[in-house]
Design a protein around this ligand. Structure first.
Ligand code: PRP
Length: 182
């Protein structure tokens, strides 16, 4: 891994690698669903950057909407309770949903959001995430596509934060243990 110049951060996935993979993800989505009948639902806040890059590579989406969930627990361990903080505004009845999230970790958030959007009448909910940490999974989730499989490291950048910092980094970096307290 390459140091970033910022203390305690090392690049795990470069800006160039992300752009190349997002191209491939967009191609897979376009080949699988009819975007003109699909609503992109962006899971705030972490998926903000991925969504901005991804939707500009998709042809004529029906709409873009936003949802926000929060997982409750102590420290890094989730209690399993996921609450919807912000709901979509659009009617989803009969439409395909492209649910865009930044990372698939335990799977609890994605599973909750998927069933929530289905309860809104979506015809199908297709999950897309940039990162996948399969070693952390607690519930089975089947994404349409994920960008990169990563080990159980604390990653930040490209939308992902630590205490609301680092979301603006154009690459994905690993935060060294202890540096989060710096
Ligand atoms: C992160 C991420 C996913 C979720 C994944 O959100 O954006 O939604 O956690 O974790 P899970 O698979 O274990 O449920 P976070 O709660 O950090 O909020 P944020 O997107 O606003 O940063």
């Amino acid at each position: 891994m390459e140091p970033t110049g910022l203390q305690g951060l090392e690049v795990l996935i470069s800006e160039h690698e992300i752009a190349k993979r997002v191209d491939e993800m967009a191609a897979r989505i376009t080949a699988t669903i009819d975007c003109s009948e699909a609503v992109a639902v962006v899971a705030l806040k972490g998926a903000l950057i991925l969504a901005a890059d991804l939707v500009r590579r998709l042809p004529a989406l029906r709409a873009i909407d936003f949802v926000q969930a929060r997982s409750y627990g102590h420290g890094t361990e989730s209690s399993g309770e996921v609450r919807i903080l912000r709901d979509v505004e659009m009617l989803l009845t009969g439409l395909d949903v492209l649910l865009i999230d930044d990372i698939l970790d335990t799977g609890l958030t994605s599973a909750r959001l998927k069933s929530h959007l289905e309860s809104h009448g979506a015809r199908a909910v297709h999950l897309v995430t940039l990162l996948d940490k399969p070693s952390r999974r607690r519930v089975e989730v089947q994404p349409l596509i994920t960008g990169f499989t990563v080990p159980d490291l604390f990653v930040v950048g490209y939308g992902m934060d630590f205490a609301e910092r680092y979301r603006d980094l154009p690459y994905i970096a690993v935060l060294s243990p202890g540096e989060e307290h710096a």
